[in-house]
Design a binder for this molecule. Structure first.
Ligand code: NAG
Ligand code: NAG
Ligand code: NAG
Ligand code: NAG
Ligand code: NAG
Ligand code: NAG
Ligand code: NAG
Length: 551
């Protein structure tokens, strides 16, 4: 006990001085790029031809395509899982998102990924979207382990003036911060480029005696405000004249800008000599909203449902990781991974010992990435239990169990479409910045990898159902290995033991669930009272005692 305490105190200190940790190897820089509302089929390596994501594709082909990576189904729960290593039911983040001007946030009792990495000697910075609460300053990024934050605190914004219109309120205000200061100076600068520029500066100014953790949470390709939802620089939109639906055309331009960002980040790392010591992850926070609120023209085809639902189109996400430390060219991997796993995975990569992370749901995949032949660390995912919307979903092995649904089932279909007529723009991949830096696989090997990453739903079209599921009437069961598109409900025909085992597991999680922490929006958060900014409007109140007693 005492020895561990000393180790915990001394070890990070040694790491910090020497820039080295466990095993004598240098601690890797971690660049975690989160995209927002990017659908399954909104990336070239999943088979899309209408949108072009050459840099993201090149990164993925050179690293690992994490083809069974699961997020939560919405922004707030996903970000909470990523930064805590826990399922959202553990800390009340399981229902919906933090609404604008709603006085709650990710509980301060949670120790976040940047705080954990800082203990190993890292310097952590956040750029981009937060969406984990800001009604009091203690909930904002620079109070939660990030040395600096440039970006926004709420859900979305206008990509040019950086103002956010609340979803159901008339409030509107600036949502752009340089640390705690509102930044009015960037009006006119496109958000994706602006965040990228800040990231480049941060990388080039980083003192490499310390390992860097950069959390780059892009707003793209989330929709902007209601009055102007899809926004991209006009010259970029022109590149996608071949995409006929106008919404999808602008969306393709937004994605292109996101992809350019990835190229620029990799180049900045290369230019500063940090690349060979870096881990770069690219992950989407949930599937695309193809229809409904904040629809963005994204496409989860052929997966079922969309953002916010219990279906694969919401949960199974675009994800890839690259590092010279994971054996290179691992190709497509289909083992289960959940957002909560990044906390222990990156902690282990940084030289930490998972037993220091306490009780979390995440498991480390570092060994599995780094050592071919290692056993896959995860066989189960609790997708969620939402006691307010009244649905739950769990994955065990290849089976998925769903009871109840969201939006009264209105989003329980298959949306988006099959690919357009164009061919894959593999020329763009071969000519991308990332390929120029990391080197490129041959065209033939790219196409082979890609064909392994595409989800095919055999026989019928995804919209055609073998055996229907109405989760509001009773639970449904799917074998996702055989039926990734969730068309064939096996609940009536499956082995009762299997179903009982899944229901038992679900009730174990249910017993550990804490109530959802959601609060209603309140007028005091209205930007009109705060010089037209979204700000910490409850800062004057005392914090509850427990919140300040974290250590
Ligand atoms: C955008 O950012 C650049 C710096 O990169 C700055 O020179 C410019 O004035 C900013 N504003 C606009 C409207 O482009
Ligand atoms: C980087 O950090 C080290 C250790 O703190 C310090 O000695 C060095 O001067 C720093 N370098 C720069 C360029 O700031
Ligand atoms: C991690 O810590 C546990 C408990 O202190 C210890 O038993 C284990 O050997 C450690 N693992 C590594 C890889 O250091
Ligand atoms: C399914 O969900 C409903 C509503 O939450 C609940 O009442 C019911 O007990 C659940 N069914 C099973 C089999 O767990
Ligand atoms: C492929 O993408 C590049 C951009 O990298 C673009 O200039 C080119 O026109 C595209 N080719 C085709 C055939 O669409
Ligand atoms: C990457 O960095 C190396 C070493 O500094 C440099 O020679 C090379 O030109 C860089 N690559 C690109 C594409 O910028
Ligand atoms: C209030 O907002 C304006 C921009 O609308 C800004 O120029 C000014 O500095 C802000 N005042 C304060 C006190 O923050």
């Amino acid at each position: 006990m005492f020895v561990r305490l000393i180790m915990r105190t001394i070890f990070p200190f040694l790491c910090a001085i020497a820039g080295t940790c466990a095993g004598g190897s240098k601690q890797p820089h971690v660049i975690f790029i989160l995209s927002d509302d990017q659908g399954w089929s909104d990336v070239g390596f999943h088979g899309s031809n209408d949108v072009w994501t050459p840099n993201i594709d090149a990164l993925a082909y050179n690293g690992i395509i994490l083809n069974s990576h699961y997020s939560e189904n919405l922004c707030t729960p996903s970000r909470a899982a990523l930064l805590t290593g826990k399922y959202p039911i553990r800390n009340g983040m399981q229902h919906n998102v933090i609404a604008d001007a709603a006085p709650w946030g990710l509980p301060l009792t949670e120790k976040l990924l940047p705080e954990r990495l800082n203990e190993l000697g890292y310097k952590s910075h956040a750029i981009g979207k937060w969406h984990l609460g800001y009604f009091k300053r203690q909930y904002t990024p620079t109070f939660r382990g990030f040395a600096t934050h440039f970006g926004s605190w709420s859900s979305h914004q206008d990509y040019f003036n950086h103002r956010m219109q609340a979803a159901f309120l008339e409030y509107e205000g600036l949502d752009l911060r340089d640390n705690m200061e509102p930044d009015w100076s960037e009006s006119g600068n496109y958000t994706t480029r602006l965040l990228t520029e800040k990231a480049e500066k941060l990388i080039s100014n980083h003192n490499v005696t310390k390992p860097l953790f950069l959390y780059l949470a892009h707003l793209a390709p989330h929709a902007g405000n209601f009055d102007y939802p899809l926004q991209a620089p006009p010259e970029t939109v022109k590149m996608f004249a071949h995409v006929k639906p106008i919404e999808r055309r602008v969306y393709a331009a937004m994605l292109w800008e996101l992809d350019q960002s990835v190229g620029r980040i990799v180049k900045a790392l290369n230019d500063s000599g940090m690349l060979q010591d870096s881990i770069i992850a690219f992950v989407s926070d949930n599937g695309a909203p193809t229809t409904g609120l904040y629809r963005n023209g994204g496409n989860n085809w052929p997966l079922k449902g969309e953002k916010s639902t219990p279906w694969e189109g919401a949960l199974r996400t675009v994800a890839a990781v690259w590092s010279q430390r994971i054996s290179p060219n691992r190709g497509v991997m289909n083992h289960l991974m959940h957002l909560a796993d990044w906390m222990p995975t990156l902690y282990v990569a940084g030289g930490g010992n998972v037993s220091d992370l306490g009780e979390i749901d995440g498991v480390s995949h570092w060994d599995f990435f780094a050592r071919p032949g290692a056993e896959a660390p995860r066989n189960e995912i609790l997708h969620n239990i939402d006691e307010i919307t009244r649905y739950s979903a769990i994955r065990m092995g290849s089976y998925k169990y769903v009871n109840g649904t969201t939006f009264f089932g209105y989003l329980d279909g298959w949306y988006g479409s099959k690919n357009s007529a164009e061919d894959y723009n593999v020329t763009a991949v071969l000519g991308s910045t990332v390929a120029a830096i990391l080197g490129s696989r041959s065209e033939k090997s790219i196409l082979r990898l890609r064909s392994r990453a595409v989800v095919n739903c055999p026989a019928k079209e995804p919209g055609e159902i073998f055996s229907p599921c109405d989760p509001s009437k009773g639970p449904c069961l799917f074998n996702l290995e055989k039926d990734p598109c969730e068309r064939n409900n096996l609940y009536g025909s499956a082995d009762r033991n299997l179903i009982e085992r899944m229901e038992r597991r679900l009730s174990e999680f249910e017993a550990a669930r804490v109530p959802a922490g959601n609060e209603r929006p309140e007028g005091a958060g209205d930007p009109r009272f705060h010089n037209h900014t979204w700000t910490c409007w409850r800062d004057d109140e005392e914090l509850p005692l427990f919140a300040s007693l974290r250590f």
